[in-house]
Design a protein around this ligand. Structure first.
Ligand code: HEM
Length: 456
């Protein structure tokens, strides 16, 4: 693996992982799983390597210098393009998938709802929802018991996004919506992994399941929009988007545009944070000493009182733990960008028509930037240590103008959930067998994450 920057290679093509005509490396990826496949490729070929994925040549990049070049220094040369084709079936044209001027306009509209001050105002709602969900769990299991963390955290974060951004408690529909989202994402990921996508009009079992999931999600989202248009809801991000007018044309967003944005925000805003907490259980369950330190901080700062926005900066160790979970189990494990014009990344040429794939999962383990990369160690994120590190060695929320709009939202949300969890219960893992990650669009656990709760 290359520890130093670009100048080591004259301009030439990155080494290529062998593959088959037409399908490229899809067979070994399916056999080994994406994470294991890319790990082996990285170990064998270094920080920049080329792999054929179906119809496209993909150049994978791990070194922070290349990450900086793609996401920041030469960002206009790398667009979302084909990589997001499958996601568009679900989200249409929302913040995640728009490009150019339409994206800039939309981002300007939504940004105020994600400023630090706006998130401060949402913290109390996050606390209310989390309290209700934990109370519900306690009522269901008064003596404690085992939960499947991924399922429960998806429900919790979906409720939080609904309440904070759309003033909607999804309540009884939460399970159905969470399931529909999960199903849609899995099916879209599968579509992305085969070289030729079967058109949606062909009634394959997969297409039919996808259509059913999309119908259910549309019903949920149009219901939220109708209610917000009727003016019965509190002012939220959604009411702000409804009231917004284009500075030049004076036009408002149509129902379809609002649908795309709501579904984008629900999708981007709940699965990732749910995964962060779920993976957190798997790591913390093996590190009681870290849990003890977190709990001591929570007890000292909060006691039994619910957290407020002002408390969160006083829980710095919780924040370090969250950062370390995101390092080792980055929910967005890979980013995809299409190359517009020829460029050089760490000395290797990339060409128009190719895709460049920064791999945060591996950059976050690069031995030149992280000691003992596989070790769970929140001390890495002490401010002075974080400052001394390459700025692009850590990017769970991406970097540059397309950086996650919800990063502060989710960091606050994660701190709130963890603090309230520690106040209410002890937890342990009934099995310490590793839960390997399954890399779809996001990094999911490949099996159930069972967690034993004992109420305090
Ligand atoms: C742990 C939690 C989260 C992680 C790890 C995460 C990660 C990311 C990443 C890596 C991107 C860039 C994707 C790309 O450019 O290809 C992104 C974009 C985005 N995220 Fe997040 N995210 C999280 C939580 C949230 C939340 C809570 C929301 C909203 C409530 C949100 C909304 C978005 C949106 C709208 C975009 C597109 C931004 C744009 O291109 O303008 N995310 N996120």
């Amino acid at each position: 693996m290359e520890a130093t920057a670009s100048t080591l290679h004259p301009n030439r093509e990155a080494p290529r992982v062998p593959g088959w005509p037409l399908i490229g490396a899809l067979v070994p990826i399916t056999r080994l799983g994406a994470i294991e496949f890319f790990r082996r490729a990285w170990e064998r070929y270094g920080d920049t390597f080329r792999v054929r994925l179906g119809p496209r040549d993909v150049v994978c990049v791990v070194h922070p210098d290349a990450v900086e070049q793609v996401l920041m220094r030469n960002k206009d040369n790398y667009i979302k393009g084909a990589t997001y084709k499958h996601l568009r079936l679900l989200t249409g044209d929302g913040l995640l998938t728009l490009e150019g001027e339409p994206w800039r306009k939309r981002r300007r509209m939504a940004q105020p709802a994600f400023h630090k001050e706006s998130i401060r105002a949402l913290t109390a709602s996050m606390v209310d929802v989390t309290r209700d969900v934990f109370d519900g769990l306690r009522a269901r299991m008064p003596q404690g018991g085992t939960i499947e963390a991924h399922h429960e955290m998806m429900r919790l974060t979906l409720e939080i996004v609904g309440e904070t951004l759309f003033d909607t408690r999804l309540g009884s529909s939460t399970d159905a919506s969470a399931h529909a989202f999960g199903e849609a994402l899995e099916l879209l990921s599968n579509r992305g992994s085969i070289p030729v996508s079967i058109p949606m009009s062909v009634p394959t079992p997969g297409n039919l399941r996808l259509k059913r999931a999309l119908k259910l999600l549309d019903e949920m989202v149009y219901g939220i929009i109708r209610r917000a248009r009727a003016g019965t809801a509190k002012p939220t991000l959604l009411s702000m988007l409804i009231d917004a007018r284009d500075a030049e044309t004076g036009e408002a967003l149509s129902d379809r545009e609002l649908r795309d944005e709501v579904i984008t925000l629900v999708l981007a805003g709940h699965e990732t944070t749910a995964l962060l907490i779920t993976w957190g259980f798997t790591l913390l369950g093996r590190h009681p000493e870290v849990v003890a330190r977190m709990r001591a901080q929570v007890d000292a700062v909060l006691g039994d009182r619910a957290p407020t926005a002002d408390d969160l900066p006083r829980l710095p160790y919780l924040r370090q733990v969250v950062d370390e979970i995101l390092r080792l189990r980055s929910p967005v494990w890979a980013l995809g960008r299409d190359v517009v014009a020829e460029d050089t990344l760490c000395g290797f040429r990339v060409y128009p028509g190719e895709t460049v794939m920064p791999l945060p999962y591996f950059t976050h383990r690069h031995p030149a930037f992280w000691d003992e990369p596989e070790r769970f160690d929140p001390e890495r994120f002490l401010p002075e240590r974080a400052k001394a590190r390459h700025h692009f060695a850590y990017y769970p929320f991406s970097v540059g103008p397309r950086m996650c709009i919800g990063n502060i939202f989710s960091l606050v949300e994660a701190q709130v959930i963890l603090a309230m969890l520690l106040q209410r219960c002890d937890f342990s893992l009934p099995s310490l067998a590793p839960v390997p990650p399954k890399a779809l669009m996001t990094l999911r656990p490949s099996g159930p994450v069972n967690v034993q709760l004992r109420w305090r």
